[in-house]
Design a protein around this ligand. Structure first.
Ligand SMILES: C[S@@+](CC[C@H](N)C(=O)[O-])C[C@H]1O[C@@H](n2cnc3c(N)ncnc32)[C@H](O)[C@@H]1O
Length: 393
């Protein structure tokens, strides 16, 4: 996180009124940091700085709530409490214990600690999380005579501790459940794309809803649905709750105001704007149900069709394809033909359109046989993927 001066300590930050600026960090899948930074700038937050795996920014309570509600590509938004040097368990305990925890957690609340480590002397994340939890509950017991319980599944307050090069950052996780859990995915199919990654793909294509968008291998419909959220100006977090709603300083009036503002912006999608196709009828059923849950019943058009018969409607638009990429032995061989077919179909049936293929397998991508005009690196969890762009003149 970049150094930002003149920021009050978090102890003051969560005081009820007036609104005080907080140092925040939006964690983002690698490769999507610049997109998330652009999203944050459009939300009007301050001091946006791109880092590896995330974007630092400064916001008041409204900015923090807005970031959770509107960010399409971030996986969570953290609010920094403190940063200190930490190479030993004693330093960790002292640094965490120094925070005035009763301002954030009372004995009747529950808490959980998430931990990530990199290039540090302390190497066991379970130990660091446990030591952090001990320091928090000890501090609260000293002040209140009683301690909060741990609930790793649905805590009132989720604490995030991040150690990098023996520097420890302790934050509150304002999102709670990760932001990719929009609330529209009803069941998981075999290889669904994470919502935040699908949103990053749509953003990288530059698609803004002015031309048609088609996904010929749509699976559970993540790309069409994320595109619909963009075109329909729907806040991706409109259907879910967030960690900050359980915080002691939660301002429900402000939140209701932001929800009403977001609700008022929603637009209905034009017929035929977004289409999805798949040869797996089970996946398509899921896609339709997910789309309905996301609020797009009858607005995204799904067709049961194999790639061989795919023909997009309209003279120009964006085709986004997320083919299987063969993680298991033997699958790769079978998929070569499919990737050849993708190249063929884009060349012959999508003239005038712009094609994009997202794959985690660069060897298979060669079988597309067309020259990519751009390549974007994106991470699907630990898998390094490429989003390849094809101008289909
Ligand atoms: C990696 S998955 C796509 C996942 C999707 N993006 C999602 O979020 O659920 C690939 C999809 O391609 C479909 N598929 C594979 N071969 C196909 C073909 N020849 N024609 C149409 N669909 C195909 C599979 O049924 C599967 O749903």
């Amino acid at each position: 996180m970049s150094e930002i001066t003149n920021i009050p300590q978090m102890n003051e930050m969560l005081a009820p009124q007036p609104d005080i600026l907080m140092e925040c960090f939006a964690a983002v899948p690698r490769g999507a940091e610049e997109i998330a930074a652009a999203e944050l700038e459009s939300l009007g937050v301050q001091s946006v700085h791109v880092g590896r795996g995330g974007v630092a920014f400064v916001a008041g309570r409204a900015g923090l709530y807005r970031a959770n509600l509107w960010l399409r590509t971030a996986s969570r938004v953290l609010v920094q409490l403190t940063v200190f040097p930490c190479a030993t368990p004693a330093e960790l305990y002292a640094g965490v214990h120094a925070i005035d925890w009763v301002k954030y957690v009372t004995p009747d609340m529950t808490l959980a600690v998430d931990c990530s480590l990199r290039d540090s002397t302390l190497t066991h994340s379970g130990f660091v999380a446990l030591k952090t939890k001990d320091a928090i509950v000890d501090r609260i017991r000293e002040a209140c005579g009683n301690r909060p319980n741990v609930d790793t599944a649905a805590p009132d307050v989720r604490v995030n501790v991040h150690l990098r090069k023996n520097v420890c950052t302790v934050s509150l996780d304002s999102s709670g459940d990760p932001l990719d859990r929009r609330g529209y995915r009803l069941e998981r199919n075999e290889a669904p794309l994470r919502e935040t990654l699908a949103a990053a793909v749509v953003a990288l294509t530059g698609w803004d809803g002015a031309t048609p968008l088609a996904d010929p291998m749509c699976g559970s419909g993540t790309v069409p649905i994320e595109a619909a959220l963009v075109a329909g100006r729907v806040a991706p977090g409109l259907q879910r709750s967030f960690g900050f709603q359980r915080w002691l300083d939660y301002d429900d009036r402000l939140w209701q105001q932001l929800l009403a503002e977001a609700g008022g912006r929603i637009q209905k999608l034009p017929t035929g704007l977004i289409t999805g196709y798949d040869f797996d009828s089970r996946a398509l059923k899921l896609a339709s149900r997910n789309a309905a849950k996301a609020g797009f019943e009858g607005q995204i058009h799904f067709f049961h069709a194999a790639l061989e018969t795919f023909q997009p409607e309209g003279e120009a638009g964006v085709v986004i394809i997320n083919p299987p990429y063969g993680k298991r032995l033997g699958e790769e061989e079978d998929l070569k033909e499919l990737y050849c077919q993708i190249g063929d179909i884009m060349k012959k049936r999508c003239r005038g359109w712009t094609g994009y293929v997202l794959t985690g397998n660069l060897e298979l991508a060669k079988y597309i046989g067309l020259k990519a005009s751009r390549r974007f690196v994106l991470f699907n969890g630990a898998i390094e993927c490429r989003l390849l762009k094809y101008e289909l003149y």
